[in-house]
Write a protein that binds this ligand. Structure first.
Ligand code: AHR
Length: 503
């Protein structure tokens, strides 16, 4: 019953693009307001950003940040969020039935991203708007000066261009819930024409076309194929979105969620390459997994503190504030493993979202900020998962799940830091009650010691961090992990996320 694999520096998947450790800030609930932005909070800086939250985001190790939505962007006018704050209009946000005050906008976002040493990933509205507004936004944001729009940016206090390199051409345009929802033909055309116009301003911008909102969409794969047929030579990435949660107490299937993530990635890769072949193109389209997480879309998860109704046009209501358990964090870790295992094609990924709204960081207005359980796997993967992904082909005991059939109990990947030669193994034991013995043969890696084996698991797999007990769940050191010659032996606790660092 031992799981095994071999690591060899000659067998690799790909270098990890640091943008794999991205996140997402949407104008939704309390992600922006009382999440990252709260003038008057005791820790607020001169721009109204919460320093306590900024510090946690830096610890989390977020690279790119996608903004301003999400469904929100499909009704958004970027102009509402720039200029003197007292003149900014209040608007209905149709996506979340909230009122948007526009006190936080593009300039505030760029300032925020710089303060966390991140990179902006800007989504444009292709729901209610089109090519004209996209290139106006791009000109406002990136043109150095001497035009009405770029001079307006300078007049609004930002003389230097924002230099936004990465852009999403709309959001979830395949979804009937999306304001301005389109067919694949309609969207493929507008994505292509928007991309063409944006490249007239700057041929080097990086562009993400909308793929499917999930693998289970009826239009999945046909959508990607049609959209890329129109836009293949004009875009760089196609997006994937996926959310998972435990349904009807079927925890074994939930723990195997990454089976879906990996097949989703592989099916999108196949579709992209099929279109490329049909077009006789030498170009490769990469993947931007720009929304992923555990999200109890049926509202069955405990929440951080009550939940707004989302039907009364409130400002910054409590929406989607899932309070994550140990089990959720283990699945979340497994999703990170799935992304790393496909680092050859997944070049951007955004944990949706960053603060309060299905988020690794929770806050109270005027009060504290703390780490949810899911904070830990992300922070560890971002800190130790940069380098080259080694090809991990496990031989693992298996069990049967209702949703995915037979699955490996072990889900794992390994990343080698090319500068130091250090290797970090990320591994999940999907079994709820049985420990999983693991043996790794470390061939030709010159590794001599176990630096750390950190584990996230708990006698209570439903344990959570709350405002009252913010550090109830945190990783702890594992015992009995050792290296003998070229063989590492470890035991993975039941239902656990593991980080084994070797030097
Ligand atoms: O992240 C929450 C929502 O999920 C986003 O607004 C939308 O793009 C997706 O459906």
């Amino acid at each position: 019953h031992t799981a095994r694999f071999t690591l060899d520096p000659d067998f690799t998947v790909s270098a990890v693009d640091p943008r794999l450790f991205g996140s997402f800030v949407e104008h939704l609930g309390r992600c922006v307001y009382t999440g990252i932005y709260e003038p008057g909070h005791p820790t607020a800086d001169e721009a109204g950003l919460r320093e306590d939250v900024l510090e946690l985001i830096r610890e989390l190790g977020v690279s790119v940040v996608r903004y301003p939505g999400g469904n929100f962007v499909s009704g958004y006018k970027w102009e509402d969020g720039v200029g003197p704050k007292e003149q900014r209009p209040r608007r209905l946000d149709l996506a979340w039935r909230s009122t948007e005050s526009n006190q936080f906008g593009l300039g505030e976002f760029v300032d925020f991203v710089r303060k966390i040493q991140g990179e902006p990933m800007m989504a444009i509205n292709l729901g209610t708007r089109g090519v004209a507004e996209a290139i106006e936004l791009q000109e406002y944001a990136n043109h150095p000066g001497g035009t009405e729009l770029s001079d307006r940016r300078a007049a609004n206090g930002d003389k230097d261009p924002y230099d936004i390199r990465l852009w999403c051409l709309g959001n979830e345009m395949d979804g009937p819930w999306q304001t301005g929802h389109k067919t694949a033909e309609e969207y493929g055309r507008i994505a292509a024409e928007t991309a063409r116009a944006m490249r007239q301003i700057d041929p080097d911008v990086e562009l993400v076309a909308c793929g499917s909102s999930s693998q289970s969409m009826e239009t999945f794969a046909a959508w990607e194929s049609t959209v890329l047929q129109h836009s293949y030579e004009l875009v760089d990435h196609i997006s994937l979105h996926a959310y998972y949660y435990e349904r009807e107490g079927d925890r074994d299937s939930f723990l195997a969620s990454a089976v879906d993530t990996e097949s989703f990635i592989e099916n999108v890769v196949a579709t992209c390459d099929h279109v490329g072949a049909r077009l006789k193109s030498a170009k490769t389209i990469n993947l931007s997994f720009d929304e992923w997480n555990v999200w109890y879309q049926d509202g069955s998860a405990p929440t951080l503190s009550g939940e707004g109704r989302g039907d009364d046009w409130d400002e910054a209501p409590r929406l989607l504030e899932d309070n994550y358990s140990v089990t959720d964090a283990v699945v979340f870790g497994s999703l990170l493993i799935a992304l790393l295992r496909h680092a050859d094609r997944v070049k951007v990924a955004c944990l949706a979202q960053l603060v309060n709204v299905i988020a690794p960081i929770a806050t109270e207005p005027g009060g504290a900020a703390w780490r949810q359980t899911t904070f830990h796997p992300f922070a560890q993967a971002s800190a130790h998962g940069r380098g080259t992904v080694l090809d991990v082909r496990p031989e693992s005991p298996r069990h049967t799940t209702t949703k995915y059939g037979e699955v490996d109990l072990l889900h794992a990947t390994a990343v080698r830091d090319e500068a130091t030669g250090a290797v970090t193994v990320f591994a999940v034991n999907r079994h709820q009650t049985e420990p999983l013995p693991l043996e790794i043969t470390l061939r030709g890696l010159g590794l001599g010691r176990v630096v750390e084996h950190s584990v996230l698991a708990d006698a209570d797999p439903d344990a959570r961090n709350t405002a009252a007990e913010p550090d109830r769940v945190a990783p702890h050191p594992a015992t009995g992990t050792g290296l003998e010659g070229e063989v590492l032996s470890a035991t993975l606790e039941p239902l656990s996320w593991n980080v084994i660092r070797l030097a």
